[in-house]
Ligand binder design. Structure first.
Ligand code: 5RP
Length: 220
């Protein structure tokens, strides 16, 4: 099976976690796109969805699912999204698609976070994938210097502006031994909107696509 077939398989398996009749949260990226395609088959059971990016909102609308503002909903039953890396505690690095801030907000509201990915995203320690950090544009150089003080090597993602009008620094070489600590430390730098570590709010369930089929892991 190629990587796309694995992504499609986990996306379809995620349908079993969708609570019919409830507002759903939908993530961003190629795996999330397979999930949106799969949602088309049950769209009549979904009263609305909160999107973690403009791209996801556009795709949901195209298949006939109403996109609702987060401020107009009291709760989200389930949030389904991919990841760039995930460890055995279901802590993740996300933001390869620059949607990390909205993803983190939707994940915070959701009662359950279901991560969908192929086996290549599973790691022992987070950090080989460069950690995306969303930054207020005027603070870019200052934040970059602070990230160097933390041991990282930040690289400005040229030409990318987030849905929130900000910029992204991708940080290489960070030693993320304690993800929750690193998440808090980076978020405390003035000018950082948020960073792509999802350790304070990890996934609750991981559906991972392998050559032997879709495996389910639950956070203990
Ligand atoms: C976007 C994300 C994505 O979930 C992450 O980049 C994984 O993407 P893909 O499913 O395309 O591998 O965090 O900001």
């Amino acid at each position: 099976m190629n990587q796309d077939a694995l992504k499609k398989a986990v996306a379809e398996a995620a349908l079993a976690h969708v609570e019919r009749g409830e507002i759903l949260g939908v993530g961003t990226g190629s795996t999330a796109n397979f999930f949106i395609d799969a949602l088309a088959g049950i769209r009549d059971d979904i009263p609305g969805a909160v999107a973690s990016s403009q791209a996801t909102a556009d795709r949901l609308k195209r298949i006939g699912i109403e996109v609702v503002e987060l401020n107009s909903v009291g709760s989200i039953s389930v949030y389904v999204d991919g990841a760039d890396e995930i460890n055995s505690a279901l802590e993740m690095i996300k933001g390869g698609g620059a949607a990390l801030t909205r993803e983190k907000i939707v994940a915070a509201v959701a009662r359950k976070f279901v991560c969908i990915c192929d086996a290549s995203k599973q790691v022992q320690q987070l950090g080989r994938f460069p950690l995306p950090v969303e930054v207020i544009p005027m603070a870019r150089s200052y934040v970059a210097r602070e990230l160097v003080r933390l041991g990282g090597s930040p690289v400005y993602r040229e030409g990318v502006v987030t849905d929130n009008g900000n910029v992204i620094l991708d940080v290489w070489n960070l030693n993320i031994a304690v993800p929750r600590q690193m998440e808090e430390r980076i978020n405390n730098i003035v000018g950082v909107v948020t960073n792509g570590l999802f350790a304070l709010r990890p996934a609750d369930v991981l559906l991972v696509g392998t050559a032997d089929g879709v495996k389910t892991l639950k956070r203990s």
